[in-house]
Design a protein around this ligand. Structure first.
Ligand code: UDX
Ligand code: ADP
Length: 474
């Protein structure tokens, strides 16, 4: 029941998905007016800040787009009511973390923010509105949203204007760090729904820059499940190569050589075969656990166990690295200084959600180490929140170590016993090890969980070297 061409878009949620996605749509479709709303005032004022280096999301290429489109046809506001009221199309792009309590805790997604958004839409929308699920959601969430929207017809909302809704699922496949490139040149755009007019309205927008054959349409449930399945497959691939890294270390094989050799098989391919400290990010673990929950709900216990093992293995793998660091440092890190390079879960993002750095640093702190953390984009206050420990503070009577932040790597390395590379930031690939080794305490260690340092540069230096999936230098 589309009455008019889509002109005004509202996106609820100005986070890692909502912000960059709307920026790219605004950049490619200057005839659209896009308003991104959030309940978090601080986040919105950062999006509106004149300091483009301090946007709430760090993504290569993002600030250049924001400079072009902000206040031209992209607006950031906390005025939810009017943004919804004026919108022909609304994207729901709010957070859906794993529930921490109640039924389904530890597995199911917490949908309270999605439900709250749907209620706000129900209350404030005017005329016909296309509502789009952008957040990754459990299969059949569209049904919940639909029910909330439909129930608005029966309730006594202050705005009694005639209204109608259609629901689409349009999952986002962008990866952080390459979000702008992924949004501008997506492998595919997926639109799930059952009303042709609404599907076409969304398709028309993407067609402004995405080739038509890359825009796939499915029913709502296939679209929702495809997002979970894609992330489960990707995470499984990382767990697979990480499992091989452990065998490499035990046998004398070299994981990069194995990745390369198997990647030549066109059925396998080269992407997503880099062994690392374990996958992080807000999606992989959450989406697999969602899948596991769904399987159990439908009595598919063997399927649930199959996927759950990918997450369990990932946790074991990260722990394996923490243990190995302690073992190599003569079985004790108490009072030893360890420099952590990289706190974000991958390079080119300031996001730390589910970062393996959090787990590894916590393990080392529990063992009494003094940790120095350096990261080009992550702020120390975020690190404190993630670790649950203030900077420079010993937890009372816990026997735990302490941590501090130091951006300059060469200064931070003064007197440290070990350097641990956790994130594959480009700058870590060209460090002067000659300079670093000089200032480290001996015997010095480098633990490279991303296998990004060059052995040739290290072999004549006074440093012990461990690199993931590689037995030669242990
Ligand atoms: C992922 C999906 O790729 C994306 O399509 C979806 O929309 C959201 O979830 P993201 O989590 O941002 O994106 O990053 P991704 O590049 O997939 O990396 C996830 C984790 O896997 C990171 O911790 C990364 O370091 C790790 N990883 C990735 C590896 O350890 N090895 C690899 O080869 C690739
Ligand atoms: P994602 O990675 O999925 O984008 P984020 O946590 O980065 O997740 O962003 C989600 C955003 O959604 C947050 O900024 C949060 O404040 C916002 N949000 C959550 N609930 C609502 C709501 N009901 N109305 C508006 N914004 C919301």
């Amino acid at each position: 029941m589309l009455k008019k061409k889509v002109k005004n878009i509202c996106c609820i949620g100005a986070g890692y998905v909502g912000g960059p996605t709307m920026a790219v749509i605004a950049d490619n479709c200057n005839y659209l007016n896009i308003t991104v709303v959030d309940i978090n005032e601080e986040r919105i004022s950062k999006w509106n800040s004149s300091d483009f280096d301090n946007l709430p999301v760090y993504e290569p290429g993002l600030k250049e787009i924001i400079k072009r489109v902000r206040n031209r046809n992209l607006f950031f506001t906390i005025d939810l009511k009017n943004s919804i009221k004026n919108a022909d199309m609304i994207f729901i792009s709010v957070n859906t973390p794993t529930k921490t309590s109640g039924f389904g805790a530890g597995y199911a997604s917490d949908l309270k923010w999605v439900e709250a958004s749907a209620r706000q839409v129900a209350q404030n929308a005017v005329g016909h509105t296309i509502v789009i699920e952008k957040s990754t959601l459990p299969v059949r969430t569209a049904k919940v949203i639909k029910q909330i929207l439909i129930s608005s017809f029966d309730e006594e909302f202050e705005n009694k204007t005639e209204k109608s809704f259609s629901i689409l699922s349009n999952p986002e496949f962008l990866a952080e760090g390459t979000a702008i490139e992924d949004l501008n040149n997506p492998d595919r755009v997926l639109i799930g729904g059952d009303e042709e007019d609404s599907i076409n309205a969304l398709k028309n927008i993407y067609e402004k820059w995405v080739p038509e054959d890359k825009i796939i349409t499915t029913n709502l449930w296939s679209s929702e499940l495809s997002k979970l399945a894609a992330n489960a497959f990707l995470a499984q691939r990382i767990s697979s190569i990480n499992s091989i890294s452990a065998i490499c270390e035990a046998t004398g094989a070299e994981v990069n050589e194995v990745s390369n050799a198997i990647g030549f098989d066109s059925r396998i391919g080269f992407k997503f075969l880099s062994a690392g400290p374990g996958f992080g990010g807000s999606c992989f673990k959450k989406d697999i656990l969602n899948l596991v929950y769904l399987c159990r709900y439908f009595g598919l216990n063997e399927v649930a166990e199959y996927w759950e093992q990918v997450v369990k293995f990932n946790e074991w793998h990260t722990k394996r690295i923490s243990k190995l660091i302690v073992e190599k440092l003569f079985d004790t890190v108490a009072l030893k200084k360890i420099l952590i390079l990289g706190f974000s879960y991958k390079a080119n993002t300031n996001d730390t959600r589910e970062s393996p750095a959090i787990k590894i640093v916590k393990d080392l702190l529990e063992n009494g180490a003094e940790i120095i953390i350096s990261d080009p984009q992550v702020d120390p206050d975020i690190i404190a929140l993630d670790l649950g420990i203030e900077e420079n503070v010993f937890k009372n009577g816990s026997g735990q170590g302490k941590w501090r932040y130091h951006k300059d790597i060469y200064e931070a390395a003064m007197g440290v016993d070990a350097v641990v590379i956790i994130t594959e930031w480009k700058v870590y690939k060209s460090l002067s090890w000659h300079k670093l080794v000089k200032v480290m305490r001996k015997p010095a260690w480098l633990f490279d969980t991303r296998s990004i340092t060059n052995y040739e540069e290290l072999k004549d230096l006074d440093i012990n070297y461990w690199s993931i999936g590689n037995s030669n230098y242990c």
